[in-house]
Design a protein around this ligand. Sequence first.
Ligand code: P5A
Length: 446
Amino acid sequence: MRLSRYFLPVQKENPAEAEIVSHRLMLRAGMIRQASAGIYSWLPLGYKVLRKIEAIVHDEQQKAGAIPVLMPTIQSADLWRQSGRYDDYGAEMLRITDRGDREMLYGPTNEEQITEIAGAGIRSYRDLPRILYHIQWKFRDEVRPRFGVMRGREFLMKDAYSFDLDKDGARHSYNRMFVSYLRTFERMGLKAVPMRADSGPIGGDMTHEFLILAETGESAVFLDRDLADLSLGERVIDWEDGPALQEVVDRYTASYARTDETHEEAVFEAEIPEERRLTARGIEVGHIFYFGTKYSRPLNATVNTPDGEVVPFESGSYGIGVSRLAGAIIEASHDDRGIIWPEAVAPFEVAVINLRQGDAEADGACDDLYAKLIARGLDVLYDDRDERAGAKFATIDLIGIPWKLVVGPRGLKEGVVELVNRRTGETENLSPDDAMNRLAATYGRA
Ligand code: P5A
């Protein structure tokens, strides 16, 4: 993409309404624009990031065995009456009446809808287990939408739902999602720590929130420092192997990690030696629940057992805040010049900066580099605007492109361009071919 032809409405000034850095930077970088309170349009740069986050979530969900579907945003109130949640949900639910006076709602989540679908489509224990998921917009009429996309009213969620014959099966499904979340967040360059969540009226130990540590997080978190250092890395996961998955889950839940909702100071102090006690703040990017037959029973979603009995499904639901992640990644990765995108979610993989626009030699070299990088499958933003070098650097650093290829007449005389890493600032003078090879290797392209 040539920047001179792109739509990138960056702002120099700090927007007054933005309280936290990700909100400020998303507005300044022209990623989003507020449509009304807690509702945003995703402008080209933001939309690219959102799509990249989604793609990682899709990929990891399917690797873990979940099947993609797409349910509507507008739901009928009837299903929610059957589960008893229509009244419980209160003012957070956006209620709509259609022209035939039928009560509808903009879905805040989809447990009821998917349970109806599974109930209609699954008859026998032979058709179990199944995990279905979608990535779809949700609406919750939050009292205080704030922090931009981090606490919106309309937001994009990945929500998965598991259907099993019994509790053991449900635990396997839960563990699939648990481990898949570890992988998903790691791929985005994030350290997300699973924390024991409040199980509410359902009880049981199978509910976890995944939080990334950031000063501006909404929740206070208390954890064993060692948990923050765990990583799956290149470990190969066999998703069918229940005991192996359980082992990973046990490792990540072996020690203390809780948010302010479930924190017990006395237990924290008794279990964790002082030097390992970490008190910080966190952003919730995922939340998983096991809830047994809470929805299948009232919605009459049943399955035949091998013994010829008819029983309701054992289920859980598993959420990831897809649009929130765009903000959360920025909270975890920025500096005073702007965003620093992890390579896996960067809106462009490399920016070519022409230091002397209009100079025939510089223009020619940049055009050539630009075409060759594209031919090698890299996503390039070419800053071909007629601007000072300083202004170009400021824009490209603000929007957080991981690599810059800086091209100017002086370097070209010596046959080199500068390859600059956004995160470390490390700069190398390389021939254009070497620089391209380096980038292709970094991003795993030919
Ligand atoms: C799990 C999937 C659920 O809704 N039902 C389906 C369950 N869980 S949850 O914790 O309420 O939401 C899942 C994730 O969605 C993100 N999220 C939000 N993101 C932006 N703005 C909001 N107002 C908002 N509310 C929830 C969070 O990341 C949460 O973990």
